[in-house]
Design a protein around this ligand. Structure first.
Ligand code: AQP
Length: 332
C-alpha cells in the first residue's frame, strides 16, 4: 500500500504586499513541495492584527495575498489554501495552548522582543502569545513539516515544546512538527540595510521589493541597493550588501555563488546590481501577469476559499475535539 503523503503547513501575514523576502524564504519553496506533500497554506489574518491595520486595507491585502499564492505557482487543486480566520478552531486551540505555554518561554522569543521594540505604543497580549497561536495553526493539522524562513525557527521549536508538554500529560495527541528552512533565501535582507531582514513593515520603501512593484521601480531599487567597500563581487561575511544581492540572484536563477563570482569577475557593482534587478523584474513580470488574470475572477476565488476552509475545518475539528476530550470538557 502507498504511504500517505506527509503533511505541510505554513502561512504568511497579510500585513502588506508580499515581498521578495517572503517569496524566496517561503512561497517559492512551498511551490516546490506541492507534489510531494499534502499541503495546507493559509493567510495568517489572525496573526496580522497584532499590529494595528486599517480594516479595509487588511481585507484588501488578505485577498491580494490569496491571489498571489496562486500567482506564485501554488496549484489550488493540489494545495488547501485558506484564510486562518475562516477556520475558528485556530483561535480555540490557541486559547487552550495558552494555558500550556509558560510566561518565561514566551518572554524569550526574539520576535516578541523585536516587535515590541518596534511597536512600543502597542505591546499587546496577542503579540506576546503569538507563538501559541502559531503552535495551534501547526498542531491542528498534525503537520509533519513547517517551511519557514530562518527568523521563524524559534517559533517551531516552542511549538514542539508545547506539543511535548501536552502529549506528556494526555498521551500522543499532537504530531511533533519539524521546521523546514530553505538552503538559499532563508534570510533575505533589506536593500537599504543589509543587516536587517527584508520586512513588509519596513519603513523605507526602497528596502523592500514587493511582488507587485513595477519593473522600473524594481530595477531602480536594486540600482540604489546599499553595497560595501571594495569593488569585487564576492560572497563573504564582510560584504553583507553584496552577499544579500548574491543570495537573491542565486535564489532567483539557481546559479551557485561560485558561478556568480565567475560571471562578474572583472565587472563592478553597477553591472551586478543591474543584472540582479533585471532577473528579479523578469521573475516578477510572470507572477504579476498571472496575478492580474486570477484577481479578475472573483467568483472563482470566493468558491475556492470557501471550499478550502471547509476542508481545513474538517481536519482541524478532529484535532480540537480530541483535545477537548483529553482535557476533560463535557461533550456536546
Ligand atoms: N526577509 C525574509 N527572508 C526570508 N524569509 C522571510 N520570511 C519573511 N521575510 C523573510 C518568511 O516568510 C514567511 C511569512 O512571514 P510572515 O509574513 O508571516 O511574518 P514575518 O516573517 O514577520 O514577515 P515580515 O515581512 O517581517 O512581516 P511584518 O513586517 O508584518 O512582521 C515566514 O516563513 C518567514 O520566515
Amino acid at each position: 500500500m502507498e504511504e500517505p503523503k506527509k503533511r505541510i503547513l505554513s502561512g504568511i501575514k497579510p500585513t502588506g504586499t508580499l515581498n521578495l523576502g517572503g517569496y524566496l524564504g517561503a512561497a517559492k519553496n512551498w511551490v516546490a513541495l506541492q507534489n510531494e506533500f499534502d499541503c495546507f497554506y493559509f493567510i495568517a489574518d489572525l496573526h496580522a492584527i497584532t499590529i494595528r491595520i486599517n480594516p479595509a486595507q487588511l481585507r484588501k491585502q488578505a485577498k491580494e495575498l490569496y491571489a498571489l499564492y496562486i500567482a506564485c505557482g501554488l496549484d489550488p487543486e493540489k494545495n488547501t489554501i485558506f484564510f486562518q480566520s475562516h477556520v475558528h478552531q485556530h483561535a480555540e486551540l490557541a486559547w487552550v495552548l495558552d494555558c500550556y505555554t509558560m510566561f518565561g518561554e514566551l518572554s524569550r522569543m526574539t520576535q516578541f522582543k523585536d516587535k515590541s521594540a518596534k511597536n512600543a505604543d502597542n505591546i499587546n497580549a496577542g503579540l506576546f502569545t503569538y507563538p501559541s497561536l502559531m503552535a495551534a495553526d501547526i498542531l491542528l493539522y498534525q503537520a509533519d513539516l513547517v517551511p519557514v524562513g530562518e527568523d521563524q525557527t524559534q517559533h517551531v521549536e516552542i511549538c514542539r515544546d508545547i506539543a511535548n508538554r501536552f502529549n506528556n500529560l494526555y498521551g500522543e495527541v499532537f504530531r511533533l512538527p519539524e521546521g523546514y528552512v530553505p538552503k538559499v533565501g532563508a534570510r533575505i535582507k533589506s536593500l537599504v540595510n543589509p543587516m536587517q531582514k527584508m520586512s513588509k513593515s519596513e519603513q523605507d520603501p526602497n528596502g523592500t521589493v514587493n511582488l507587485l512593484d513595477r519593473r522600473d521601480d524594481v530595477i531602480r531599487k536594486f540600482k540604489k541597493a546599499v553595497t560595501d567597500s571594495g569593488s569585487e563581487i564576492l560572497y563573504t561575511e564582510d560584504k553583507p550588501g553584496i552577499k544579500n544581492l548574491m543570495t537573491i540572484y542565486s535564489a532567483v536563477n539557481g546559479k551557485t555563488f561560485e558561478e556568480i563570482e565567475r560571471e562578474f569577475d572583472g565587472k563592478g557593482y553597477g553591472d551586478f546590481k543591474l543584472a540582479v534587478g533585471e532577473s528579479v523584474a523578469d521573475l516578477l513580470s510572470g507572477i504579476q501577469e498571472k496575478y492580474t488574470q486570477i484577481s479578475e475572477d472573483k467568483t472563482y476565488l470566493e468558491n475556492l476559499w470557501r471550499g478550502s476552509a471547509e476542508k481545513a475545518s474538517y481536519i482541524a475539528n478532529k484535532t480540537l475535539r480530541k483535545v477537548y476530550k483529553k482535557i476533560g470538557f463535557v461533550e456536546k
